[in-house]
Design a protein around this ligand. Structure first.
Ligand SMILES: C[S@@+](CC[C@H](N)C(=O)[O-])C[C@H]1O[C@@H](n2cnc3c(N)ncnc32)[C@H](O)[C@@H]1O
Length: 247
């Protein structure tokens, strides 16, 4: 059986996907930041800046960086403030090994690092003004449940903004893109981790991910309003957004 097929089979079942994803990120945590820079040619930083712009975070807000990993968004959000008030940021992730790398990067930054699952967040209703996610949705074992759980954690009027790999509209670009991902992830996985599997997971999880247009429909279905998306790099990446309605 091919490597792609083996991975695809393992992530079909939600409970197995959760176990698989957690073990995978625990294994790559130490080199995750380097791999991110190599694979995106550093562009993920620009896209994450755009996530924070769209989130319109203000001083005094309470912000959740969900699937925070090593905390790129959490650390950047923590720097937003106007001198009189700061932003209160919590980074939450399923994989403690990823959070530990992030906490090591944080220095003096006052962030909370909390292990938790997007499907059952360890926070009361209406805890956050903003939830931001970088490359998390595609990894969630049950996307709709997680979107509903995030909505529960948002205050009325609060916004979710999430960045992930996308599905380009054009068939031609889509084929070329998956061809590129299939080849480059094997190469990078082997070069940096001596293990192709850890990054071949990216195209396989993307094949199963509904993509930016369907994420809009799913967000609307669980109760978000003002939903939309912004394509990046011809739709190979995308940012989805929406907010919790006010009563
Ligand atoms: C690709 S990394 C993204 C890390 C970081 N947000 C970034 O943008 O670089 C995906 C992260 O999602 C986390 N994750 C996967 N499923 C999760 C879940 N159900 N709840 C919380 N975090 C989850 C993984 O542990 C991993 O750290």
């Amino acid at each position: 059986m091919s490597l792609n097929r083996r991975i695809s089979d393992r992530i079909e079942d939600p409970a197995e996907k959760r176990r698989y994803v957690r073990a995978l990120f625990a294994g790559v945590a130490g080199k995750y930041d380097l791999t991110n820079d190599v694979m995106s040619f550093g562009l993920h930083r620009r896209w994450k800046t755009r996530v924070l712009e769209l989130a319109r975070i203000e001083a005094g807000h309470r912000v959740l960086d969900l699937a925070a990993g090593t905390g790129d968004l959490a650390l950047a959000a923590g720097e937003i403030g106007d001198g009189s008030a700061s932003v209160d940021v919590v980074a939450t992730d399923l994989t403690p090994e990823m959070l530990r790398v992030g906490a090591g990067r944080a220095g003096d930054a006052r962030l909370a690092w909390v292990a938790g699952d997007a499907a059952s967040l360890p926070y009361p209703d209406e805890s956050f003004d903003r939830v931001v996610i970088g490359y998390g949705l595609r990894n969630f074992a049950n996307l709709d449940d997680c979107l509903a759980e995030i909505l529960r954690s948002l205050r009325p009027g609060g916004r979710l903004v999430t960045l992930d790999f996308g599905h380009p509209r054009s068939e031609l670009i889509r084929r070329g893109y998956f061809g590129y991902l299939d080849a480059s992830t094997r190469l990078v996985g082997w070069a940096l981790h001596r293990d192709a599997e850890s990054y071949v997971y990216i195209p396989e999880s993307l094949r199963r991910f509904p993509g930016q247009r369907d994420v809009v429909r799913r967000m609307e279905a669980v109760g978000y309003e003002g939903c939309g998306y912004e394509d990046l790099l011809l739709g190979t990446m995308a940012i989805n957004f929406g907010r919790r309605p006010r009563p």
